[in-house]
Design a protein around this ligand. Structure first.
Ligand SMILES: C[S@@+](CC[C@H](N)C(=O)[O-])C[C@H]1O[C@@H](n2cnc3c(N)ncnc32)[C@H](O)[C@@H]1O
Length: 412
């Protein structure tokens, strides 16, 4: 199986879980400094694959005939860029190499290209590789104007390859910042995290599919996803982009209208027609019986985080918010288990950060057991907590984090 290197996002455990969920034969070979994962996978990984992932910045594929050391890279670069017309642009992305070596290699690469009669320039520097945006703008992905080489080295270890895919930062910024309705009051779910949650959802559906061969995903490679706490619709938007049928609801009419507006905007921007990909948005309390006609394959949702906070909550306030939230989660899960048995869920629950400790939901776990759900994680992924299977998402400045829980359902 080919070997790949992934440069991962600021929540490495989530990035690895996403890779494991998305690649059936994913095998970690090495993790370097929490920022690079070397792994093998049977599939050909390219831009199309990367566009579905939220947690990976760059993917490189190992050279087929691995050179013994990096001194041969300048010659390899000349060969790799033979078909480029005009000036060649190249870049280096390294891990574990001293700056002075990177600097030397940049020079050697440029000289080798010059010697072969090719004018050349490079992007990035010995301290920092080129941002993924530059790789796209300069035509380094796909090889039109050049390429980027990757070297990851450690003790008794050297991995070398070529970048094959890089995150499209502009596309993320556009759908995050340019959508017509943004509600900072309810907490903003980053589109990348929405993608990760959806990829966990696909993994759960595929797991259940092995027992249910008639599932829609097996037949059409398509899904129907319900987000019952849709807010302004970050998860539904990512669903539309994947071509999946959207069911979205929220208790608040303001959120329902915001979600509708955002989906309309995305449809126009990306030319996603209703006849091709359907979406239904309605007002409903998630703890009341499911109201839509169509049954979802999976529920993927960022449940209520409770009131937005201006500072760290006191223990007393956090405990009160937790009690209220536990009640909401229990009502929601009971309603789902009654009307949508067998449908798996990917949910995020709030985690409150007090000055001294973190408060997580507790009671809901016994509700899960009682209703016949089981929490799961993709193969090879360890939980962030010793007594529960879940993954944590939190940026350092946040007072409320998100605990991500993947729930397999008892079969219908
Ligand atoms: C954290 S926000 C979700 C934000 C969303 N992911 C987005 O993209 O904007 C939680 C949402 O849950 C909704 N909510 C709270 N209680 C609810 C309930 N009982 N049933 C349905 N929605 C509820 C709120 O109105 C809010 O929009």
């Amino acid at each position: 199986m080919p070997s790949y290197a992934a440069f991962i996002g600021h929540q490495p455990h989530l990035s690895m879980a996403e890779l494991s969920a998305s690649l059936p034969d994913f095998r970690i070979e090495r993790i370097l400094g929490g920022t690079v994962v070397i792994f093998s996978a049977g599939e050909i990984l390219d831009e199309r694959f990367l566009r579905k992932l939220g947690g990976i910045i760059v993917i490189a594929k190992a050279f087929e005939n691995a050179p013994a050391d990096w001194s041969t890279l300048p010659r390899l670069l000349v060969r790799e860029t033979q078909t480029v017309k005009g000036k060649v642009t190249f870049g280096l992305r390294t891990h574990g190499l001293p700056r002075s070596d990177v600097s030397k290699l940049y020079r050697q690469c440029k000289d080798a290209l010059k010697k072969s009669g090719r004018p050349a320039r490079y992007v990035g520097s010995e301290g920092k590789p080129a941002p993924s945006l530059v790789l796209h703008e300069e035509g380094l992905i796909g090889g039109k104007h050049g390429c980027e080489f990757v070297i990851a080295s450690g003790k008794d270890f050297l991995w070398m390859g070529k970048t094959v895919a890089a995150q499209d930062i502009e596309a993320y910024a556009k759908r995050d910042m340019k959508k017509p309705v943004r509600d900072t009051g309810i907490g903003l779910l980053p589109p990348k995290l929405a993608q990760i949650l959806l990829n966990f959802g696909v993994w759960l559906v595929k797991g259940q599919q092995s027992q249910n061969r008639n599932s829609q995903f097996a037949i059409r490679n398509s899904l129907t996803v319900w987000d019952p706490f849709c807010g302004t619709g970050v998860i539904p938007m990512e669903c539309l982009l994947r071509g999946w049928t959207v069911l979205a609801s929220d208790l608040s009419l303001k959120a329902v209208n915001g979600c509708l507006k955002n989906l309309e905007w995305l449809r126009k921007e990306e030319k996603i027609f209703k006849k091709d990909v359907a979406s239904t948005v309605w007002k409903q309390d998630a703890s009341k019986p499911f109201e839509a006609k169509m049954t979802p394959d999976v529920i993927v949702t960022e449940t209520s985080l409770g009131p937005s906070l201006m500072g760290r909550p006191s223990l007393k306030d956090a405990a009160k918010m937790r009690t209220e939230n536990e009640r909401l989660q229990e009502g929601f899960l009971r309603a789902v288990a009654a009307r949508l048995p067998g449908v798996p869920l990917v949910v995020t629950w709030p985690v409150w950060y007090n000055r001294k400790e973190q408060l997580r939901l507790e009671r809901v776990w016994s509700v899960i057991d009682e209703l016949g759900y089981r929490s799961a994680l993709p193969p090879g992924i360890e939980s962030d907590h010793e007594t529960r299977l879940s993954l944590l998402y939190r940026r350092p400045d946040q007072f409320v984090g998100r605990e991500i829980v993947l729930l397999e359902a008892r079969q219908r």
